[in-house]
Design a protein around this ligand. Structure first.
Ligand SMILES: NC(=O)c1ccc[n+]([C@@H]2O[C@H](COP(=O)([O-])OP(=O)(O)OC[C@H]3O[C@@H](n4cnc5c(N)ncnc54)[C@H](O)[C@@H]3O)[C@@H](O)[C@H]2O)c1
Length: 354
């Protein structure tokens, strides 16, 4: 049996303590957290306890971890504006890089990461976890039985706290309210709906029309994002997200074809998370294999994502969600911002890597 991948964590906040920790605990045969870095002592202490990391492998400065810890790779789970710096430094240290979404806050930053990854010949991947929920995985199996996409749509709504601002007492809310720190609805929330519906369309987005705006909250980041994409095959899809909508019938994506339709609650692990329509059967709830297993709670898909990613890393294959995938999702976001400014659709080919 090969030895588990030795992992260092850059950022030990909310997502790591909840969903990443659940995944690493489920995957001890392929990955072991051996070193951690965070500027917040409390988060360092909490995650150090979860993984029993020796105190000399807990670092306030991630650069000390890269220089001193014996690691094969890192995961990056820091505020968005730090992803590019952290990915470039980790790649330059010669370790594999797995970054939480989005890979960066701009395409220029994304290209700097890809250059560093290529120059140092390291593996690089971006966390698109909702593609790995049980509902989505079974949805992809069903999707393979349907023909070309005609129409798709996805929605992910939420309500921010009334005192949402850069001054918020919770640092995880404060950076999300700051443009300088890469916050905002489209890069934080809609991001997931964009890659989810695009995966179901089975044809890359080509033109993007959108309105990405700040309408309900007094912050300098967007709080609403409405996208209309035309795909290479001529089909169209929409993504709608907002931070002013209380959770009601949200977190789903659909694809419609001439053979039938699928509706998936990609953000939930519920009995009604997968529906299929055909002209003979009308709408039906489909069984999701493994969903009812009380031992298995992967509502965010992180266990499935990390299992596929560390397996690819261990066998030297390209990581399942590569830098190319991460950049394409970011290009859709960049196109949506530009389309908002110009009030006209943007051709994604004009945003290709130089
Ligand atoms: N894939 C998903 O479903 C999902 C869900 C939530 C968050 N995320 C992503 O995870 C990332 C982190 O989000 P979060 O909710 O955990 O935020 P958070 O604010 O709870 O955690 C961020 C952590 O980074 C640390 N940090 C800040 N600067 C640092 C530095 N220079 N060096 C090391 N650590 C530093 C903070 O102290 C904090 O512990 C973001 O990219 C976010 O988009 C993904």
């Amino acid at each position: 049996m090969t030895k588990p991948i030795r992992l260092g964590l850059i950022g030990c906040g909310g997502i790591v303590q909840l969903d990443h920790a659940r995944a690493y605990r489920a995957l001890t045969d392929i990955v072991k957290v051996v070193a951690i870095a965070d500027v917040l002592e409390e988060n360092l202490r909490q995650v150090g306890q979860i993984f029993d990391v020796p105190s000399d492998q807990q670092f306030a400065d991630y650069r000390d971890m890269l220089a001193n810890a014996e690691i094969d790779g890192v995961t990056i789970a820091t505020p968005h504006f730090l992803h590019a710096e952290h990915a470039v430094e980790a790649a330059s240290a010669g370790v594999a890089v797995i970054s939480e979404k989005p890979m960066a806050t701009s395409l220029a930053e994304a290209d700097t990461i890809l250059d560093a990854v290529e120059r140092n010949n390291v593996s690089y991947g971006v966390v698109h976890n909702y593609l790995y929920t049980l509902a989505m995985q079974e949805g992809f199996a069903q999707r393979a039985r349907l023909g070309a996409s005609i129409f798709g749509r996805a929605t992910g709504m939420g309500l921010k706290p009334a005192d949402f601002s850069t001054e918020h007492s919770d640092p995880a809310q404060a950076w999300r309210a700051s443009k300088a720190k890469g916050g905002g609805c489209i890069g934080d929330s809609s991001y997931h709906e964009i890659y989810s519906v695009n995966a179901l369309m089975d044809s890359p987005a080509r033109y993007v029309e959108a309105r990405v705006k700040t309408l309900s909250i007094d912050v300098d980041v967007d709080d609403i994002a409405m996208l209309l994409c035309e795909h290479e095959n001529g089909a169209v899809s929409t993504v709608s997200s907002a931070w002013c909508v209380p959770d009601i019938d949200t977190g789903w994506c659909e694809v419609h074809t001439n053979d039938g339709s699928l509706r998936i609650r990609h953000r939930k692990n519920l009995a009604d998370s997968l529906m299929r329509y055909t002209r003979t059967d009308s709408w039906q709830h489909l069984e999701i294999p493994g969903r009812a297993d009380p031992e298995f709670n992967d509502s965010t898909g992180h266990v499935g994502y990390f299992a596929a990613t560390f397996d690819a890393l261990a066998s030297g294959r390209e990581l399942p969600i590569s830098g190319k995938h991460g950049r394409h999702n970011l290009a859709i976001i960049e196109a949506a911002r530009r389309a908002t400014e110009r009030r006209q659709a943007v051709d994604l080919k004009s945003l290709k890597r130089g």
